[in-house]
Design a protein around this ligand. Structure first.
Ligand code: MN
Length: 231
């Protein structure tokens, strides 16, 4: 059975175009899913069509979420925000949270899921952690350790309590949203992965498994799990 996976896209305001790292598309394709790129449209009817027609979703990495979504004014080190993308993804993620289809959140995607579930973010990690979460190493190269909760779906996928991940983010989860539990942490205590509680099939990671799915077994397993859950 074909398994249709919707992948949200970035938005570049200056050039008026959508953008997405090919790595996401290749990863979905590699595990037998059929990738669909989702433009940031502002029609609630269209968002519902995407939700109803597709089997699973990837909320991808990218720019910062507008902090008004978690009740804060913008702080000094907030990065670029993309209002059109925020609005579209927020509408889609709310359908995902209300429904039963599986989703994978990556970096911004994890933050988006958390905020849509009522959680909050650190707008910037300066002064919060000294650990380098914005690596200068190549994108595929894992740089910092995560410690995984043993009684979790992530642990069952990874098969180990601790492993290395890549890291390029300057924000992180502050308060966890409802319906999620933290399942992995970096050594500085920040949440690096969360998953839905109960029957929902949502997993989200602060790292970027799309950058090394072809060489990293655990990264690949996250995409495999999404497609298998969607079947
Ligand atoms: Mn990190």
């Amino acid at each position: 059975m074909a398994c249709y996976i919707g992948i949200t896209c970035g938005w570049e305001e200056k050039k008026n175009w959508h953008k997405l790292h090919d790595e996401y598309v290749c990863a979905v394709n590699a595990v037998g899913g059929v990738p669909f790129l989702l433009p940031s449209l502002d029609s609630p009817e269209l968002v519902a069509v995407y939700y109803n027609q597709l089997d699973g979703f990837i909320f991808t990495g990218g720019s910062d979420l507008d902090p008004h979504y978690f009740g804060e004014e913008p702080q000094e080190n907030l990065g670029e925000i993309t209002p059109q993308r925020d609005a579209f993804e927020m509408a889609l993620v709310r359908l995902v949270l209300a429904g039963n289809k599986p989703a994978l959140g990556v970096c911004r995607g994890l933050q988006l899921l958390n905020v849509a579930a009522g959680g909050t973010l650190y707008q910037d990690l300066k002064g919060v952690s000294d650990l380098m979460h914005n690596q200068q190493a190549p994108r595929w190269y894992p740089v910092h350790t995560v410690q995984v909760e043993q009684d979790s779906r992530l642990f069952r996928l990874a098969g180990q309590e601790s492993f290395l991940v890549n890291s390029f983010h300057h924000q992180a989860i502050r308060q966890l949203g409802q319906g999620f539990r933290a399942v992995a942490w970096s050594k500085d205590g920040l949440i690096e992965a969360m998953e839905s509680t109960g029957d929902k099939k949502i997993m989200a990671v602060q790292w970027h498994p799309e950058c090394n799915w072809s060489s990293d077994r655990i990264s690949l397993s996250l995409f495999k799990n999404l497609v298998e859950s969607a079947r």
